[in-house]
Design a protein around this ligand. Structure first.
Ligand SMILES: CC(C)(COP(=O)([O-])OP(=O)([O-])OC[C@H]1O[C@@H](n2cnc3c(N)ncnc32)[C@H](O)[C@@H]1OP(=O)([O-])[O-])[C@@H](O)C(=O)NCCC(=O)NCCSC(=O)C[C@@](C)(O)CC(=O)[O-]
Length: 293
C-alpha cells in the first residue's frame, strides 16, 4: 500500500487567521491531539513579526511545550535571519521559508520583492542547514494572486527551483486563495516538475471554491505524495483577502484511505479533534467531520 505524507498546518496556517487567540496550553492540547491521531509533521508556529501576525507571537512558548527531540517534526515558519535566530534559540529542528510567485503578494505578505525574499532566504537556509536544521520552502500564489490574478506556471517553477537549489528539502506549492481547478494545478505541476524532482514537491491547496480535493486527486495522478492540510479546514493567509481555510485534514485522510493509500492517521481520532477545535473556534465542522461518526 503506498504511503502519502500529510503535513498538518492547522496550528500555524489554521490559527494565524483566526480572530480568536488560543492560549499556549490550548495550542499544545490541539497539537497533542493531532499527534495522538497519528500526524507526524505538525507545523507548530511562525517566527514572524507580532505586528503582522499577532496570533503567532507565542510560537516560542508553544515550542517550549513540545518534545522537539522526539519522532514528530514540528516545523515553524521563518521569513528572515531575525526569525531564524529566535527559532534556533527555541530549539527547532525544522523551519520553513516562504516565498511567492507573485510580486504583489510577496510585497503584501513579507514586505519585499521576490528577488529580495530569495536573497533574504539564502543566509537563513545556509545557517539553518549548518546548524542541522531541515528547511522546507513554500511558494504562495501558485495558481493565482489575490492582487494580480492568474500566475504563470513558469514563474512558480522559477521560485521553486531557486528554493530547492538553496537547499530546501521539500517545496510546498500553495494555491493560497484556493481558486485552482485540476487543469491549472496540473499545468503548474508540469512546469515545476521540470525544475524540481516530483519527490520534493507538496500540494498546499486552500479550499475556497471547494476544489482542493479534486486538485489533490489530480496531483496524486501526477505523482505527488505529500499534501498540506488543516484540521477542521482552519486557516487562510491574513494577507490574501478572501482566502478561506486549507483543505480539511479529515477530508484528505478520508479521500486517501478510500483510494487505498496509507497515511498513518486514525480518522476517528482526527475527526474527534476536528469537532473539538471547530467548536472552540465557533466554526462549522468539515464535511467529513459532519458525516463521519
Ligand atoms: C517578514 C516581516 C518580518 C518583514 O517585515 P519588515 O517590516 O519588512 O521587517 P523589518 O526588518 O523592517 O522589521 C520591522 C519590525 O519587525 C521586526 N521583525 C522583523 N523580522 C521579525 C521576525 N522574524 N520576527 C519577529 N519580529 C521581526 C523588527 O524587529 C521590527 O520591529 P520594530 O523595530 O518595528 O519593533 C513581516 O513582513 C512579517 O512578519 N510578515 C508576516 C508574514 C506571515 O507570517 N504571513 C502568513 C504566513 S505565509 C502564508 O500563510 C502562506 C502559506 C505559507 O501558508 C502558503 C500559502 O497558502 O500560500
Amino acid at each position: 500500500m503506498q504511503h502519502v505524507k500529510i503535513v498538518e498546518v492547522g496550528p500555524r496556517d489554521g490559527l494565524q487567521n483566526e480572530k480568536q487567540q488560543l492560549s499556549v496550553d490550548e495550542k499544545l492540547a490541539l497539537i497533542a491531539e493531532l499527534a495522538a491521531a497519528g500526524l507526524t509533521h505538525i507545523e507548530a508556529g511562525a517566527f514572524v513579526s507580532p505586528k503582522w501576525v499577532p496570533q503567532m507571537a507565542d510560537s516560542a512558548d508553544v515550542l517550549a511545550g513540545l518534545d522537539l527531540s522526539g519522532p514528530i517534526h514540528y516545523p515553524v515558519l521563518v521569513p528572515n535571519e531575525k526569525g531564524l535566530d529566535a527559532a534556533l534559540v527555541a530549539g527547532v529542528r525544522e523551519i520553513a521559508v516562504f516565498g511567492a510567485a507573485s510580486e504583489s503578494f510577496s510585497q503584501k505578505n513579507i514586505n519585499c520583492s521576490i528577488a529580495e525574499s530569495l536573497a533574504r532566504f539564502e543566509p537563513v537556509i545556509r545557517r539553518a542547514r549548518d546548524a542541522g536544521v531541515a528547511v522546507r520552502g513554500y511558494v504562495s500564489c501558485v495558481v493565482a494572486c489575490p492582487y494580480e490574478g492568474p500566475i504563470a506556471p513558469a514563474a512558480v517553477a522559477s521560485v521553486a527551483q531557486a528554493l530547492a537549489e538553496m537547499g530546501c528539502y521539500e517545496i510546498s506549492l500553495g494555491d493560497t486563495i484556493g481558486v485552482g481547478t485540476p487543469r491549472q494545478v496540473l499545468a503548474m505541476l508540469e512546469a515545476v516538475a521540470h525544475k524540481v524532482p516530483i519527490t520534493q514537491l507538496a500540494g498546499h491547496y486552500h479550499d475556497t471554491y471547494g476544489m482542493a480535493i479534486a486538485n489533490i486527486c489530480a496531483s496524486l495522478e501526477f505523482g505527488l505524495r505529500t499534501f498540506d492540510a488543516s484540521v477542521a479546514g482552519l486557516g487562510g493567509c491574513p494577507y490574501a483577502q478572501g482566502a478561506s481555510g486549507n483543505v480539511a485534514s479529515e477530508d484528505v485522510v478520508y479521500l486517501l484511505h478510500g483510494l487505498g493509500y496509507e497515511t498513518g492517521v486514525d480518522l476517528d481520532k482526527l475527526v474527534a479533534c476536528a469537532h473539538r477545535i471547530a467548536a472552540r473556534l465557533n466554526r462549522a465542522p468539515s464535511r467529513v467531520a459532519k458525516a463521519h461518526h
